[in-house]
Design a protein around this ligand. Structure first.
Ligand code: EPZ
Length: 431
């Protein structure tokens, strides 16, 4: 079994180029179906979720090349409408094909991954948005199907909750609909802003970019385009959380501080010293963070749910008591028992997690249960004495191109090893 082994009590030092944004590039790949021609993306991270989307695009008839970090999609003959459970069932982002397929081929039938470790992940808001544009939709077991035999027609779409994925699906469908659409209550994450600029770069008509009200002039002629993906704000936040957890002094290149709204102030509350420069972020911190009285996740520009586990990991060594409340997903505290294995004094109480910060954490055999939880265990490992061995690398590889290499590049001993006795050791040491 492949294990990430991280040697603890290690401050981070040096510079790192941040990978392209996973959550920006995935909807852009879906959007490439809207144009019967060539779309090129640069600064694309080589992560599992991108390779999964490439398989889905090829299954639909697109021709895709991915060399280095440059990805080229020729969707001239991508006339398929079905995404098998083999790939659709493996990645959450497959649902993002719904809007583009309906707009282009007037039909879609996608395997759904269903719930995942952080929550049920329903798609009702996606369905409502497609129905507002004239489609019929239904969900059966682990498939979502939709059809719009007369094509999609511009409409008013109101989101009761700023769902990122539903906003993205509605955007793609509205670009391919006849007439103008007004989207109200949209999510405002930077990845949606970037998707809007990507679509405009293809020829789409979109106003209100960055706000919760988007006006989309559908049916505009689209053309070949090339677009550079911005740096991944959560990958950057992961490195900042590592410095908060173990101390150090780093510079992150290829990311804009403005995209870290919501988490920036929380890092300052942990005692991080941050400096924003064009295209880069400087961060230094002492070897133990301050506690945060209460941290609550919220839709952008609030504190991002994707940073919640990473802050929990750092706050395990906080100087005092911290409380973290998760309001976006119903089951995003799976990391708590794993942090307990490392000696953290942490527990769930009525929908929030209370952490009594400890000076000392110890390396342990732990297991990643989801993408950000896996990265958070590496963050906790940096502040712990001794070596921590993290199983579940496949979760981490979904969203981080080379987390071990990134940490090693910042002066930390992190490497992938083979360890056949991981589970046995987990049982033996801590039952
Ligand atoms: C996106 O997921 C991100 N994934 C997630 O990042 C991120 O945590 C999430 O947005 C919130 O910011 C990608 O962009 C690929 P939502 P998404 O729709 O679109 C409920 C990571 O680690 N909901 O905003 O699935 C849902 O159950 C991943 O990179 C409905 O009820 O998030 C959840 O409780 C994890 N009905 C809440 O809304 C729906 O139809 C937020 O979901 C859709 C969502």
């Amino acid at each position: 079994m492949e294990i990430l082994a991280v040697q603890g009590k290690a401050a981070l030092r040096g510079e790192l180029k941040i990978q392209g944004s996973k959550n920006a590039v995935l909807p852009m790949l879906a959007a490439s179906l809207l144009h019967k021609g060539v779309t090129e993306l640069t600064n694309v991270p080589r992560i599992w979720d991108v390779f999964c989307m490439i398989h889905i695009l090829e299954e639909l008839g697109a021709k895709v090349t991915f060399q280095g970090h440059c990805l080229r999609v020729d969707a001239s003959f991508a006339d398929g409408v079905r995404v098998s459970k083999e790939y659709g069932g493996k990645s959450r982002s497959s649902v993002l094909m719904l809007g583009a397929l309906l707009a282009r081929n007037r039909e879609a039938c996608l395997g759904l991954p269903g719930g995942c470790s952080i929550g049920e992940r329903p798609v009702d808001l996606h369905q409502r948005a497609m129905e507002a544009l004239g489609a019929e939709t239904y969900v059966e077991e682990d498939m979502i199907c939709a059809a719009a035999k007369n094509g999609l027609t511009g409409a008013v779409i109101r989101f009761p909750f700023p769902s990122v994925g539903a906003t993205e699906n509605a955007l793609l469908a509205a670009v391919g609909a006849e007439g103008t659409s007004l989207l109200c209550g949209c999510a405002r994450e930077p990845e949606i802003r970037d998707l809007c600029y990507f679509l405009k770069n293809m020829g789409a008509g979109i106003e209100g970019i960055g706000s919760s009200r988007l006006i989309v002039r559908g049916g505009m002629p689209l053309h070949d385009s090339s677009f550079a993906v911005n740096g991944d704000r959560i990958a950057a936040g992961t490195c900042l959380a590592a410095v908060a957890a173990a101390g150090g002094d780093i510079c992150l290149n290829g990311v804009e501080a403005k995209d870290l709204i919501g988490m920036w102030e929380a890092f300052l509350r942990m005692g991080c010293r941050l400096k924003a420069e064009p295209g880069r972020i400087l961060c230094s911190a002492d070897e133990r963070p301050a506690a945060i009285e209460e941290l609550v996740t919220a839709p952008y520009p609030g504190f991002p749910t994707d940073m919640q586990s990473l802050f929990l990991a750092a706050l395990c060594r906080g100087k005092g008591v911290s409380r973290v409340r998760e309001t976006i997903f119903e089951n995003r505290f799976e990391i708590v028992p794993e942090l307990c294995r490392m000696g953290a004094c942490i527990g769930e109480e009525d929908g929030l997690v209370k952490v009594v910060g400890q000076e000392k954490l110890s390396g342990a055999y732990v297991e990643a249960k989801d993408l950000r939880g896996g990265a958070a265990l590496a963050v906790a490992a940096l502040g712990a004495e001794g070596e921590t061995r993290i199983a579940g690398l496949s979760h981490i590889r979904r969203g981080y191109e080379d987390l071990p290499g990134d940490l090693a590049g910042l002066g930390v001993k992190a490497r992938v090893i083979q360890e056949e006795k991981h589970d046995e050791k987990r049982k033996e040491i801590q039952g």
